[in-house]
Design a binder for this molecule. Structure first.
Ligand SMILES: *Cc1c(COP(=O)(O)O)cnc(C)c1O
Length: 241
């Protein structure tokens, strides 16, 4: 496993965490949202377990991982802490057995084929797996996700055809930009889509919007994010994944 090696003492991590939580509070205040309405998911791909322990010690309760092969051993080492584990990366159908039932939420359901496979596995295991539908709001070909146009049909079909899955909301990734404002239209699009679909199908409340990363989470909160996924802003730069 590739490990990110920045020299990062607890004080640095604590300092960054404080900075992030202040920014979250500021963004919430700006738009009149309670801070409890935003959950910080610390993205820990490439972050070694001892640093994750330090993060948990600071009060971080949600970890997001995108690499199945790395997260399973890490999870095993955290059995004594009440961590909520999120799966946020592109998921291949041959890895789903190791993911279903292991994460409070899979943020990255980006195809019908994957959704069907997850549904079958959850049904086999006799459990209900919460998921988010990943939407490609920018239309960038390099981004995974369902097109906004096809999302309503996807959600509608999921109600009748995907036992074992509970769709809790939508997720998106904005195109990379130096300018956080550049992400706003994509976050707004996701929220509008959610607002349009919420309440339309019984049992599908679409409470969650997972959007915003280190560079643009304040904008995402202003646009209604309930979960922000922060890696670099907490742990520093990492090796390219
Ligand atoms: C890596 C990753 C993040 C975190 O990105 P940062 O810019 O480091 O905060 C968020 N979401 C997903 C899906 C990721 O893969």
């Amino acid at each position: 496993m590739k490990v990110w090696t920045a020299d990062l003492g607890i004080s640095t991590l604590a300092h960054r965490y404080q900075h992030v939580t202040e920014n979250i509070a500021e963004a919430c205040r700006k738009v009149g949202r309670p801070i409890e309405s935003v959950r910080l998911v610390a993205v820990t791909k490439f972050v070694p377990v001892d640093v994750m322990e330090a993060a948990a010690g600071l009060g971080i309760q949600d970890f997001g991982e995108s690499r199945v092969q790395d997260v399973i051993p890490k999870k095993a080492q955290f059995t004594n802490r009440p961590i909520r584990w999120h799966f946020i990366g592109h998921l291949q159908t041959n890895k789903i057995k190791r993911v279903v039932g292991e994460f409070v939420l899979i943020h990255s359901v980006d195809s019908w084929k994957l959704a069907e496979a997850l549904s079958r596995e959850a049904t086999d295991q006799g459990l209900v797996q919460p998921i988010l539908v990943q939407v490609n709001t920018s239309g960038e070909p390099s981004k995974h996700g369902i097109t906004p146009e096809l999302t309503p049909a996807f959600i509608e079909r999921s109600v009748s055809e995907l036992p074992g899955l509970q769709v809790q909301g939508l997720m998106t990734m904005a195109p990379y930009s130096e300018d956080p404002e550049a992400a706003r239209p994509f976050f707004r699009r996701l929220r509008e889509l959610r607002d349009e679909l919420a309440g339309r199908y019984p049992g599908v409340s679409l409470d969650h919007l997972s959007m915003g990363m280190s560079g643009d989470y304040a904008v995402a909160i202003e646009e209604g994010a309930t979960m922000i996924r922060i890696g670099t802003g907490l742990f520093g730069a990492r090796p390219r994944d």
